[in-house]
Design a protein around this ligand. Structure first.
Ligand SMILES: [Cu+2]
Length: 153
């Protein structure tokens, strides 16, 4: 086991052993991954309306650097999806492709590259039960393929 820990990349160990255990422990903590093919691995995420805090962990399962194939996770009202994506595309990597001060963005992670992971924690009070939310990657050109439905039940 000691040899394994030293030779396997940390991300591989997390993916194989640690994250699945954490994922099912708390329904207010959800996970999603993005790859090098402009895909999230989930088209829908669900959290209970009772969550005091919601934590979303984004993992990049690909190999490309963030400058070329960066991904983030941005939560918006479904109605704001296209406008936020459009405003974000010119924000630049330095701002994680989120327009500074964009109040339509409910929560977002930073942009990560292959092998990295990141998370965002936000208060459950920002969410309304049954409202229509969407998440997207705002890296330029990604949101048409990388988006999903976020449900608060
Ligand atoms: Cu992306």
């Amino acid at each position: 086991m000691r040899v394994l820990r030293e030779t396997l990349p940390a991300a591989a160990l997390c993916g194989a052993l640690l994250l699945p255990l954490a994922a099912h422990a708390d329904p207010c903590k959800v996970e999603i991954a993005g790859n090098d093919l402009l895909q999230y691995d989930k088209q829908e995420l669900n959290v209970p309306a009772s969550c005091k805090e919601v934590t979303v962990t984004l993992r990049h399962s690909g190999r490309q650097p963030r400058e070329a194939m960066g991904h983030n996770w941005v939560l918006v009202d479904a109605a704001d999806y296209k406008a936020v994506a459009s405003a974000a595309s010119s924000a630049g990597l330095a701002h994680d492709y989120v327009a500074p001060g964009d109040k339509r963005v409910i929560a977002h992670t930073r942009v990560i590259g292959g092998g990295e992971s990141t998370s965002v924690t936000f208060p459950g009070t920002l969410l309304r039960k049954g409202a229509a939310y969407r998440y997207l990657c705002t890296f330029p050109g990604h949101s048409t393929l990388m988006h999903g439905v976020f449900k608060v039940g």
